[in-house]
Design a protein around this ligand. Structure first.
Ligand code: HEM
Length: 496
């Protein structure tokens, strides 16, 4: 590994979505395409301006991002040996096998066989074009123009024009969204210390979200590294850890897209039944499921006060908290969506952050070995969320085009979705999965998964049974969001 000081981040080579959510551009459309003619596709890509992460003032009034699936990279002309240098789960794809589907909770109504797109090999998109603009008219005109000019190159998937609703503060159930995000360590200050990092920090190493930079283990994630002879025009950055290699991954990220339809009526009707006519209780139950209040997004564990690295002062009340003061889940149930999605310090039972306890733990002993097994250290499982809501007009289906970015799909999205969301033994719980996302089918052991428990200080838990399914997966795929040099490299490949 190189000992040179870290190189400055090449913002001009990174697609803007990694740095910005483009919240000022309230309209978006994600166009899913098959490559019809590789040469024409490369020509179109070479001539297209993709928005970088370089800061601009004023911010851009439109943005275009481009991502590829593994079959898309092959179809575009990248040789299989190079594609195999990407991670196995990206190469395999989201819907490729029954075991992955089971782990991700893609069973029953979520089964990829029933998806609108991405569930069968023939409807896995090759390319995704992501359009952002500030008006629906601008998106429509732009989309129509692109579709007209690239008919030779691409064929849109039948269900492949994923429109979004005007960006607002809430997701379809009505909760404030977009509150908690990891703070990306853009200035590369954070030392990656695998064993010594016991406190929750929101600042997360760049290499957790971008390939080609050190991650939270202090290591460089595997990605395709080429002999310079395979990059004759020197379009690719050189690898930081192996400067003799051209780095096809550097400044790129994996992008996970899931179309998650929400049964908003079903959600509130269920809570109506549970709460009787008690409107305050109905809301309280919904908030317990999420872990935040509905209107203000305040954490149920109470306003954050802690000085947590990577939390700005203005964000402290909403995000400067851990679950350290609520080990029993009396304020925020253990199984609440945000506690499952990011348990913060919940993996370390109280008293674990002193030197003796650390040594004890490092030697492989634990006061309660069950907890760390079930909730692994959260800093290896952070997601940069970039999704948008869709639909919601009267009579129209609604949900999230859930998008997250990360440098390791298995350790980030698949772990969070599989072990924490779909997992029925999260943090010592049993008989329940994520209260928003669960499919509610019995587990492999035949035990129910449709419960939700709310611990009560003065008595037994309040146990809600028979939760219906509120969210159904309608499509999904894994993409690679290349750096702009890599995109240029891809668009200049010759036919083999
Ligand atoms: C339709 C489906 C979903 C809904 C309605 C939903 C709703 C929410 C809401 C209301 C919040 C709190 C606001 C915020 O912090 O931004 C949140 C946070 C979060 N969600 Fe979801 N979510 C959904 C799917 C998912 C999925 C599939 C994942 C990951 C596999 C996920 C991961 C997260 C994470 C990581 C957080 C932030 C937790 C924290 O850092 O405190 N969500 N979600």
């Amino acid at each position: 590994m190189s000992t040179a000081p870290p190189r400055a981040v090449e913002f001009e080579d990174i697609q803007g979505l990694v740095r910005y959510g483009y919240k000022h551009l309230r309209q978006a459309c994600f166009l899913l395409l098959h490559i019809r003619d590789a040469k024409a596709a490369r020509r179109w890509l070479a001539a297209t301006r993709v928005t970088s992460a370089q800061a601009s003032r004023p911010p851009p009034d439109t943005a275009l991002q481009v991502a590829f699936s593994a079959p898309g990279l092959v179809k575009l002309g990248l040789t299989k040996d190079v594609v195999l240098g990407f991670s196995p789960e990206f190469v395999a794809g989201m819907s490729s096998d029954a075991s992955r589907a089971r782990r991700l909770g893609d069973l029953g109504a979520n089964d990829p066989g029933g998806w609108r797109w991405g569930g069968r090999s023939y409807d896995v998109p090759h390319v995704m074009l992501m359009f952002y603009a500030d008006s629906a008219e601008a998106i429509d005109a732009w989309l129509a123009g692109v579709l007209a000019e690239c008919t030779e190159a691409f064929l849109p998937l039948q269900e492949g024009c994923l429109r979004t609703a005007t960006l607002g503060p809430t997701e379809p159930f009505g909760f404030l969204d977009g509150i908690s995000q990891p703070e990306v360590d853009w200035d590369r200050r954070r030392p990656a210390r695998d064993e010594e990092q016991f406190e929750f920090s929101n600042r997360t190493c760049l290499g957790e979200f971008l390939l080609g930079y050190p991650n939270e283990y202090g290591a460089y994630t595997d990605r395709p590294l080429l002999e310079p002879g395979r990059d004759p025009r020197a379009r690719l950055p050189r690898a930081e850890d192996l400067p003799g290699k051209a780095d096809l991954g550097r400044n790129g990220s994996y992008l996970v897209l899931r179309q998650l339809e929400q049964d908003v009526g079903g959600f509130w009707q269920f809570l109506d039944r549970e709460a009787g006519a008690n409107l305050a209780l109905r809301r309280q139950l919904a908030e317990a499921m999420v872990g935040r209040t509905m209107d203000k997004g305040e954490p149920l564990v109470g306003p954050g006060e802690e000085s947590i690295d990577g939390i700005e002062t203005r964000n402290q009340a909403l995000n400067g908290f851990t679950y350290g003061g609520d080990p029993e889940g009396l304020r925020c149930p253990m199984g609440a969506h945000i506690r499952r999605a990011n348990p913060r310090n919940a993996d370390l039972p109280p008293g674990w952050d002193n030197p003796l306890a650390r040594l004890w733990r490092r030697l492989g002993f634990g006061a309660d070995p069950r907890r760390p097994d079930l909730v692994a250290s959260t800093r290896f499982h952070r997601l940069l969320r970039r999704g948008r809501k869709y639909g919601g007009a009267p009579g129209e289906a609604t949900g999230l085009h859930f998008i997250c970015l990360g440098a390791n799909i298995a350790r980030q999205f698949e772990f969070v979705q599989g072990a924490w969301m779909a997992g029925t033994r999260f943090d010592g719980l049993s008989g329940e999965a994520d209260p928003l996302l669960g499919h509610r089918l019995p587990g492999l052991d035949g035990r129910p998964t449709a419960g939700f428990s709310i611990p009560i200080a003065t008595g037994p838990d309040r146990c809600i049974a028979g939760l219906p399914q509120f969210v159904t997966v309608q499509g999904g795929a894994y993409f690679f969001l290349p750096g702009l040099g890599a995109l240029r490299y891809l668009s200049e490949m010759e036919d083999t």
